[in-house]
Design a binder for this molecule. Structure first.
Ligand code: G6P
Length: 610
């Protein structure tokens, strides 16, 4: 969701804040702002709707210097996209606040604060934080205490950073549900919602824990837990590449991330997959004991991560011989579900902070699951810290809002989970060898598939004027069709629906005509002949098809069908391989349509609100 950066230093912090915001822009990009305090204790606020560049231009036009500052890039939840709703929010022209998340009880707080005489200049929940802290500052001169008292009155999930004109030597930060990380410098310190923002200035980080409130000065960091006790939180040295936030010569992060897939899949496999398979301990200490008991797997996730869960269901039931349920987290968390005996709860998430997925995990804690496991891309994230077991995908920082390499590394991890659980439940040695060989061949097959880029770019021309599209797949390619449809709608704004192709005649066939492109994923698996019949059904109704097919599957291009031949792969890894052409197709269609590929309208990378 929103991005937060703060800095306190001897030097001017304005450019540090701007660079941090640019690096976090993918988290929200409808407005940006910063509050700055200079050595004369003058408080300045600059806010702009639109991208961070608008804010940078405004600052360039009227340069400001500051030794203390907080900054924010917003993804609107409460209140429209206006300058007055942009953060930071002020109270009494002295307290400035930036915030990520939602204060759920803001309406009642707003009423109380209005009765106390506070005037609200925005429609946001965040402004209540600023006024509440100011109200507490009427009873104490200690900013830390004022924040501690204020946060006790808030319900909801938030990460917030506060500065006060009367306390020019500090920022106070509070974490409850939305991540915050303190960056340690030499005689200067920083805060951000994601370490990526601070990589140009430090590599030493303290991850705040739930309920923590911290006071940060230029030379010190004091952390207090939710009971107000002073606590030591460990300092981590980040191993994220400094240029993780760069486009590396590509036109967009999304294209860079698509092309990184062979490498990150290889990284995800490295030292985990051996000739014997996958050691259970790859999933955490004690995993062997826990995974050997598992008879059912319940997967919970959102968005693209949900699609990787749907794919894994096919693998877990076919090879690991355990039953598997997959559910969207926002549904799972609000219904009473039956917990099978010896169930493993698996959450899947790129960010590890998605509010609904995290809520589902917390809900499941006392529900009788044998253990919880997260497949996640961000070390130290909430899902990783709160799950019994964790498997880290090694996708590296994913900046493009439309998830690509996170998805294929999740699938890689889930196939390894299939191997690990399967070894206790009758996975035959032949099947085991097949999965191992499939995984080993993946990086090279992904490389080969990426080489088809040009043909897919040409194909994209035919989509640019379309308003609707249909994606078809069967078996474990059905979730891949769903993911392909999601990608297309996310970044090209073309309406896309996915169907299991066996379902065609139960409704969607009525939609087929020459204005509705039909995209088909057709690996050479045991369902190929059935899929071919479905293709004929579309052809007979005048549909135009785009078929991504195994080169041995014998599809021929003609006037109703464009075929892109993919390298021959064992069908077992086909879902991972066939994802790539669909990503590329969406990317090139979006380029032709001229949309904002990395930051598509209305979306955000990490959804930390419900
Ligand atoms: C957002 C992102 C999607 C992502 C989903 C789940 O909607 O835009 O790309 O798939 O959240 O995020 P997670 O971090 O839990 O995988």
């Amino acid at each position: 969701m929103c991005g937060i950066v703060g800095a306190i230093a001897e030097r001017n912090v304005v450019n540090i804040l701007l660079e941090g915001l640019k690096r976090l822009e993918y988290r929200g990009y409808d407005s940006a702002g910063m509050a700055l305090l200079d050595k004369e204790q003058q408080l300045t606020r600059v806010r702009r709707t639109g991208k961070v560049q608008e804010l940078a231009d405004a600052i360039e036009a009227n340069p400001v210097k500051a030794h203390l500052g907080i900054a924010h890039t917003r993804w609107a939840t409460h209140g429209g996209v206006t300058e007055s709703n942009a953060h930071p929010h002020f109270s009494s022209e002295r307290v400035a606040v930036v915030h990520n998340g939602i204060i759920e009880n803001y309406r009642s707080l707003r009423e109380q604060l209005s009765e106390q005489g506070y005037r609200f200049d925005s429609d946001t929940d965040t402004e209540t934080i600023a006024h509440q802290i100011d109200a507490e500052l009427q009873h104490t001169n200690d900013l830390l205490q004022a924040v501690q008292k204020a946060v006790n009155k808030f319900s909801g999930a938030y990460g917030t950073v506060v500065m006060d004109q009367h306390h020019p030597d500090q920022m106070v930060v509070a974490r409850s549900g939305s991540p915050l990380v303190i960056g340690l410098g030499i005689d200067e310190n920083f805060i951000a919602s994601d370490q990526l923002a601070l990589l140009p200035v430090t590599r030493r980080f303290i991850f705040l824990e739930e309920g923590d409130v911290a006071r940060i000065t230029r030379t010190s960091v004091e952390v207090f837990n939710q009971n107000g006790q002073a606590v030591e939180r460990p300092v981590h040295d980040s191993d994220i590449e400094h240029d993780a936030g760069d486009k590396g010569g590509y036109r967009h992060y999304m294209l860079k991330e698509i092309h990184e897939q062979p490498i990150v899949v290889r990284n995800t496999l490295q030292q985990r997959l051996t000739e014997e398979g996958v050691d259970a301990n790859v999933f955490g200490a004690n995993a062997e004991e826990l995974l050997s008991q598992v008879r059912h797997v319940q997967i919970v996730a959102c968005g693209t991560s949900y699609h990787s869960g749907l794919t894994a269901k096919y693998w877990l039931e076919e090879y690991a011989n355990v039953s598997c349920g997959v559910e969207i987290a926002s549904e799972f968390r609000y219904r009473k579900s039956y917990v099978h005996p010896n169930s493993l709860l698996v959450t899947i998430s790129q960010s590890g902070e998605t509010a609904d997925t995290l809520a589902a995990l917390r809900l499941a804690k006392d529900s009788g699951y044998t253990a919880s496991l997260t497949i996640c891309n961000v070390p130290g994230s909430s899902l990783v810290r709160e799950s019994d077991l964790a498997f880290m995908t090694r996708a590296g920082a994913e900046i493009g809002v439309a998830s690509t390499k996170a998805f294929t590394t999740q699938l890689t991890g889930l196939m390894m989970l299939t191997l690990a659980i399967g070894q206790y439940h009758g996975l035959s040695s032949e099947q085991r060898q097949r999965l191992i060989a499939g995984l080993q061949s993946l990086p090279a097959k992904l490389e080969e598939t990426l080489a088809l880029s040009q043909g897919i770019e040409d194909l994209a021309e035919e989509f640019a004027d379309k308003e609707h599209s249909l994606f078809l797949g069967r078996g474990d390619q059905y979730p891949i069709a769903m993911e392909g449809a999601l990608k297309l709608k996310e970044i090209s704004y073309i309406h896309a629906e996915a169907y299991a192709s066996g379902e065609l005649k139960h409704g969607p066939l009525a939609l087929i005509d020459e204005s509705m492109p039909v995209i088909v994923v057709a690996p050479n698996n045991e369902l190929l002949e059935k899929l071919k019949s479905n293709v004929e059904e579309v052809r007979a109704r005048g549909g135009i098809m785009y078929v991504f097919a195994d080169k041995n599957a014998q599809f021929e291009s003609d006037e109703t069908m464009r075929v892109i031949n993919l390298p021959h792969v064992d069908p077992v890894i086909a879902p991972i391989v066939y994802t790539l052409p669909l990503q590329l197709l969406s990317y090139y269609v979006a380029i032709i349509k001229g949309t904002d590929v990395d930051q598509p309208r209305n979306l955000a990378k990490s959804v930390t609100v419900e």
